[in-house]
Design a protein around this ligand. Structure first.
Ligand SMILES: [Fe+2]
Ligand SMILES: [Fe+2]
Length: 326
């Protein structure tokens, strides 16, 4: 029998050729894709100060919780160095710069980098944020890294990223619609385009896992069960503010998101359901005994989690973030 890691390396080499073929379906050409400057006031024009005034007027209507969530989302996006360095550490990601894995990782990072850039500039101009406090949190989060329970296993990693890209799609989309309700159409557009990037990225990672299921279904199933048992933790779970310990701000950020309905326990279950459907988990056959059990666990999981979600109370405790002025 082949060793666990060796088989995974072989599978990763097998998938690498599809990456190069398919990359253009999941990523957009750099010359024509949107850039942060498409949305932000142009500082080289005389209209600049008026545009900032307008931006600040509409940002003034956003609720405290919404600003808090937006800051948390921005810090999460800005911790991109953590995600890029982690992807290159995954087993089977060959270090060949022309190979599919390195190309994917660099091109994906390049697209993602626009998200934090755009949101950060918006928040800076909005007048609502204590930028120094936010920047300290960002620096902390990058320095602290994360621990998402995947190790260097490619199967667990790409199950995680499939889930996480869907989760960020949901949360940016919801911020977009709430911003619109508050009358901030600029922020709404911004979060809308970011959400659609996340949707494309989710397709890519789901595709990698689909390919893995084709050639190593039992191990992929076991990996999926393991990730769901550990629970998919958000990449910013180490979030903190100045003077606080590692991870101490994270719960307040997710409470605000849950209160506003931007990312909730029900969304978690819906994402799980989507993955179960897209990977046709229920109908996969030819599994070994352990993987059969994993599949049974997975197909029953949404109902179980939904019962828990129904019992959950909305967190009401109000918290004052150091990031927000006034
Ligand atoms: Fe992003
Ligand atoms: Fe993303």
């Amino acid at each position: 029998m082949m060793f666990f890691e060796e088989k995974r390396r072989e599978v990763m080499v097998h998938i690498e050729k599809y990456m190069l073929e398919k990359m253009h379906e999941f990523l957009k050409p750099i010359d024509t894709i949107w850039q942060p400057s498409d949305f932000l006031p142009d500082s080289s024009r005389d209209t600049f100060f008026n545009e900032i005034k307008e931006l600040q007027e509409s940002a003034g209507g956003l609720s405290y919780d919404l600003i808090a969530v937006l800051i948390g989302d921005t810090i999460t996006e800005e911790a991109l160095p953590t995600y890029e360095s982690w992807l290159t550490m995954v087993d089977g990601v060959s270090k060949d710069e022309e190979g599919g894995w390195m190309k994917w990782t660099r091109y994906w990072t390049a697209e993602e980098n626009r998200h934090g850039d755009l949101l950060n500039k918006y928040l800076y101009l909005s007048g609502r944020v204590n930028m120094r406090m936010m920047e300290i949190s960002t620096q902390y989060l990058i320095a602290d890294g994360f621990d998402i329970g995947t190790g260097t296993d490619p199967y667990r990693n790409f199950i995680y990223t499939s889930f996480q890209e869907l989760a960020t799609n949901v949360s940016h989309r919801r911020v977009a619609s709430q911003a619109k309700k508050h009358g901030d159409t600029l922020l709404s557009k911004m979060c809308g385009v970011i959400a659609s990037d996340e949707a494309r990225h989710a397709k890519a990672y789901k595709y990698f896992i689909e390919k893995i299921f084709e050639v190593d279904a039992s191990e992929a199933m076991i990996a999926f069960e393991d990730m769901m048992r550990k629970k998919i933790v958000m990449p910013a779970h180490f979030l903190r503010e100045v003077g606080l310990k590692i991870g101490q701000t994270f719960g307040h950020f997710t409470d605000a998101a849950q209160r506003l309905g931007i990312y909730t326990a029900v969304d978690y279950v819906d994402i799980l359901k989507e993955l179960l459907e897209d990977w046709h988990i229920e109908s996969i056959t030819g599994l070994n005994e352990q993987a059969e059990k994993s599949r049974d666990y997975l197909v029953k999981l949404p109902d179980r989690l939904m019962r828990v979600a129904d019992r959950m109370k909305n967190p009401m405790l109000e918290y004052k973030f150091s990031w927000i002025n006034g």
